[in-house]
Design a protein around this ligand. Structure first.
Ligand code: ATP
Length: 358
């Protein structure tokens, strides 16, 4: 598609709904600011009810923001109806026309736009090739598997050549294996089409696998925006650290500091830590340690007692107590490392840079 790529910008976007039970107004989305680059793939990630779909629907034009402005390609679009917005949505429910064949489903949006029949055939054929449904034009959509139906839904959205594709949990009706296959496909197709994509999911591994950047939402607000590496290794708070992967939270006091690195005291022991630039010596701080970044050893700084030890195939799963703090450990080298059993004394071991202050 030789179309100019367009980005999306949200400026101070808020949406207020009324709680049907209490009749009180509340912010479903509050003061969202976001710049999505042309051709970028972003996911809106967060638990149920945090406002992801509301943001998506406001970009699509199905809902209007109560505050703020949305821009597409630099142009304000708040006042445009959905069909004038140069966006297309792929729904969780596929939203296909059940009594039509694949060709007619995909051609529908082009017929409405009154394109010549020859051009419609050419575009539909090309898009069906892109989504891996070539030669299946005549199949009825109610005779297709879930994965095939989702490909048709994607083709329907792509064929009108929108600048922005909006995905509302598009893979959640598929079984786990197909979901993993399809997310790679969605990413490949988005890149091939060179299109900007905004993708709603509450599945953190899907968000990690598919996105250039992840927008983590919490109770109507954007909590963190970053690439998968940043949200995983540099979570801004406990919510993100807990929502994306697993985390141990160690409570300590900052004892020394130089720039962004320092030494924190945890359960009476000094531990080197990153990410302390915003803290002062003497502050109570919370440190994040990922379970897979830690192992057990016979010597070290943080003494612990093993309370759980399970072989999980690819890793040895431990729970240990460091003083009164429970620490989860996943040792991904169970073949070469010493295995500790319940009741053993050991030391929690990790390398500098694996412990990050919130
Ligand atoms: P999910 O993952 O469950 O789809 P979400 O993050 O997409 O959740 P939204 O659908 O954006 O969440 O909803 C945000 C909040 O707004 C929720 O509390 C929801 O109940 C509420 N809400 C959504 N639509 C309306 C509406 N039309 N009227 C009143 N409240 C609404």
């Amino acid at each position: 598609m030789a179309k100019e790529k367009k980005g999306v910008r949200l400026e101070h976007i808020s949406k207020i709904y009324q709680d049907p039970k209490t009749k009180k107004d509340f912010y479903a989305v509050h003061d969202a600011n976001l710049e999505i680059a042309p051709g970028e793939f972003v996911t809106l990630l967060g638990p149920s009810g945090c406002g992801k779909t509301t943001i998506l629907r406001m970009i699509a034009g199905f809902e209007s923001p109560d505050e703020g402005q949305i821009y597409l390609g630099g142009e304000p679009i708040n006042d445009l109806t959905p069909n004038k917005r140069d966006t297309a949505m792929v729904f969780q429910s596929y939203a296909l026309l059940p009594h039509y064949n694949i060709f007619d489903n995909v051609a529908y949006g082009l017929k409405i736009r009154k394109l010549p029949a020859e051009e419609i055939r050419e575009k539909v054929t090309r898009i069906l090739g892109m989504v891996g449904l070539e030669g299946m034009e005549d199949r009825m959509t109610n005779q297709l598997s879930g994965g095939q139906q989702q490909r048709v839904a994607l083709a329907r959205a792509l064929v009108i050549e929108p600048s922005v594709l909006l995905f509302d949990e598009p893979l959640s009706n598929l079984d786990a294996k197909l979901r993993v296959e399809m997310r790679t496909e969605v990413r490949r197709i988005q890149q091939e089409a060179g299109i900007t994509a905004v993708y709603v999911t509450h599945d953190q591994s899907e968000a990690m696998a598919i996105a250039d950047r992840i927008i983590v939402m919490k109770r109507g607000v954007i909590d963190q925006v970053g690439d998968p590496h940043a949200v995983y290794y540099r979570p801004v708070d406990e919510f993100v650290a807990d929502f994306i992967g697993e985390s141990n939270f160690l409570r300590g006091k900052l004892a020394e500091k130089e720039g962004d690195t320092g030494v924190a005291t945890i359960e009476g022991h000094g531990v080197e830590v990153d990410g302390v630039s915003a803290h002062s010596v003497g502050d109570d701080i919370t440190l994040v340690l990922r379970p897979e970044a830690a192992t057990l050893a016979d010597e070290g700084v943080l003494h612990c007692k093993v309370t759980l030890s399970r072989f999980m195939g690819s890793y040895q799963n431990y729970q240990v107590m460091v003083g009164n703090t429970l620490v989860k450990i996943q040792d991904f080298n169970p073949k070469t490392h010493k295995i500790y059993e319940v009741g053993d004394d050991a030391f929690v071991s990790f390398t500098k840079g694996d412990v990050h202050a919130l």
